[in-house]
Design a protein around this ligand. Sequence first.
Ligand code: PAF
Length: 283
Amino acid sequence: MKIFTKKAPLEAYLSKEKLNGKSIGFTPTMGALHEGHLSLIATAQKNSDLVVVSIFVNPTQFDKEEDLINYPKTFETDKRYLENISCDVLFYPDVAEIYKNGIRSESFNFDGLDHKMEGQFRKGHFNGVGTIVKTLFQIVNPDTAYFGQKDFQQLQIIKKMVKNHNLNLEIEGCPIFREKDGLAMSSRNIRLEEKHRIAAPFIYQTLKEAQHQFLKDTPNEVSLRVTEQFKNHPLLELEYFTIAEEETLETIKTKENNKKYRAFIAVFAGNIRLIDNIKLKHS
Ligand code: PAF
């Protein structure tokens, strides 16, 4: 595996490979790699000639300094994982290499997708994501980039950015990877206290029940039940639960036949914030 910490030599290397006719798949990450990331990389490997993974803990997407400081950093283990799965290229820049003109976000128009759900609780988060993802796309110039559906709102926002900025690449959303007990894989899971880790599968159980209930009940009835279930939970605190349309991320009041919906949830387990979502079927 080739490792680059500077963008100029990476750009030179990748443009040569592109001239040689190679297609490039790209998986941007913030490290602390888990099987969810590895599945994104495996999909990229299946679909492209050359796969680039980036590891960069992006400061502009953290709304809380404490969260940035505590974000797990496991570079040596990550590097070994990537070597074991024969990843072609790892890009591991430092903050100064990416933010040459100061650590700040560009301001994006995501047509309102960023005002909902995560956007209401994490101010500036999606401008930070847009800034780093666009920068990385400019450096790597991939044919396809792969993102997990766990961060479904992020995925839709990145698709929107690609469309609005006429970026020349495909975005592929990949299924959520779960632990055996249903907890969605996340780099944050390793920071959970044992009691919270034991309690956390309740989130997915609740989503599964909501999925079932949505077949017969209204979105509001489903939301009320979920809120009720979390009310008395001793360890998990619900931040939001909403049922929204996949494209617009608009919370819905009624179901329409030809629309696609998902239930979205954010929960605090101690001071670790976990998000998850599930596809809903109806009629
Ligand atoms: O999903 C993530 O890990 C990050 O938000 C991303 C896309 C790598 C940007 O920093």
